[in-house]
Design a protein around this ligand. Structure first.
Ligand code: PLP
Length: 356
């Protein structure tokens, strides 16, 4: 069946996979909902936005993206609230960030209103895929890549923009062990650290694998020049609680501008928690850890929301972070964030965008 909405032609699947899917037992990022949004860029314009069944697609082995990584992505979630309604969390922030990533990678911007409409229509169509339960959501993955059949290094003329969705549950169940990485770098001044572009993550695999061999779940990235300043943790922003003050590295161009990071800062300040966004040196955190003043640390990102850090290693010095009681601020702020997402309390920030 083909129906034409305002702008987006929709071809519904004839065989939904939903009945064969156990939404209570899903692995993060392995299960895909029935439909995807698809739009091609050619001759300087976006054409024929459509929603079609999620399926494999054809592309040339010479597609530029496969060789030089001209590709960007986003990650956001739709939540089911307790009254059964479905909302997107801060989609405009992701749309704007995707367009900033596009600028950095010489890719075309996506019209914001069309992007939002695509998100809403896609989630509406597959809303039954959102699992039930407090830790459940629909993870949404928009991405764009260079599709020209050409193997010279230059920006592509053609692009494909796709959005698909995944039903998900909690990302990390246990607190993670991390190590401060002082040999390899994720980003550097003038580089692409602030863009959500594919190459950043490929470059992080090898150092992360080395860390995993030493027993660490994640790395804490430091600045690419001196390795003296903390940047992020894995693919999340990082927060430290020192003596009750929340401290997080300032956005300096090498750090991803996390929507979760921004939300945590806003809520924490409104709850009267002191928050500092500034340069954070490795030494300062090490000294606070030695003195027992480092009460808690955690990563912040859409996938996990808050990933508690159980221990942090600086070379051979490994510190176990204090127990659950010291996670008071994270629990308070994370709890408020969840309450807003689930519609249990009013959303004073205008963050939730209704789907149905
Ligand atoms: C996506 C991402 C984050 C978190 O951003 P959110 O908008 O909170 O999901 C942080 N760091 C990196 C490197 C990322 O890719």
């Amino acid at each position: 069946m083909i129906t034409t909405g305002q702008k987006i032609a929709t071809q519904r699947t004839e065989r939904s996979r939903l009945a064969d899917t156990d939404l209570d037992n899903i692995k993060f990022g392995r299960v895909f909902s029935d439909h995807m949004f698809l739009m091609e860029y050619a001759d300087g314009e976006w054409r024929t936005p459509s929603i079609v069944p999620f399926a494999d697609m054809r592309m040339s082995p010479a597609a530029l993206v496969l060789h030089y990584s001209q590709t960007i992505f986003e990650g956001l979630k739709a939540y089911r609230s307790e009254d059964g309604r479905v909302n997107l969390f801060r989609p405009q922030a992701n749309i704007q960030r995707m367009n900033r990533s596009a600028d950095r990678m010489c890719m075309p911007n996506i019209p914001e209103d069309l992007f939002l409409e695509a998100l809403i229509e896609l989630v509406k169509l597959d809303k039954e895929w959102i699992p039930k339960g407090e830790d459940a959501a629909l993870y949404i993955r928009p991405f764009m890549f260079a599709s020209d059949e050409y193997i010279g290094v230059r920006p592509s003329d053609g692009y494909r923009f796709i959005i698909f969705t995944c039903p998900v549950r909690a990302y990390y169940n246990d607190a993670v062990r991390v190590k401060v990485e002082t040999e390899y770098s994720r980003a550097f001044p003038g580089g692409t650290g602030e863009a959500k572009c594919g190459g950043n993550y490929a470059g992080g695999l090898y150092p992360a694998m080395k860390g995993a061999q030493q027993g660490y779940h994640q790395l804490v990235w430091t600045d690419g020049l001196s390795h003296k300043y903390i940047e992020e943790s894995g693919t999340m922003n990082i927060f430290f609680n020192i003596d009750g003050t929340l401290i997080t590295p300032a956005l300096d161009g090498t750090i991803l501008r996390g929507v979760t990071r921004d939300s945590i800062i806003r809520i924490a300040r409104d709850e009267g928690v002191k928050v500092e966004e500034r340069q954070v040196s490795v030494e300062e955190i090490l000294i606070a850890a030695r003195n027992g003043r480092l009460r808690a640390a955690y990563g912040a990102g859409t996938a996990a929301t808050i990933a508690h850090i159980a221990s942090i290693a600086f070379g051979d010095e490994v510190f176990s972070l204090p127990n659950v009681e010291d996670r008071k601020i994270a629990n308070l702020v994370g709890g408020k964030l969840d309450d807003i997402r689930r519609g249990r309390i009013a959303d004073p920030y205008g963050w939730m965008v209704p789907v149905v």
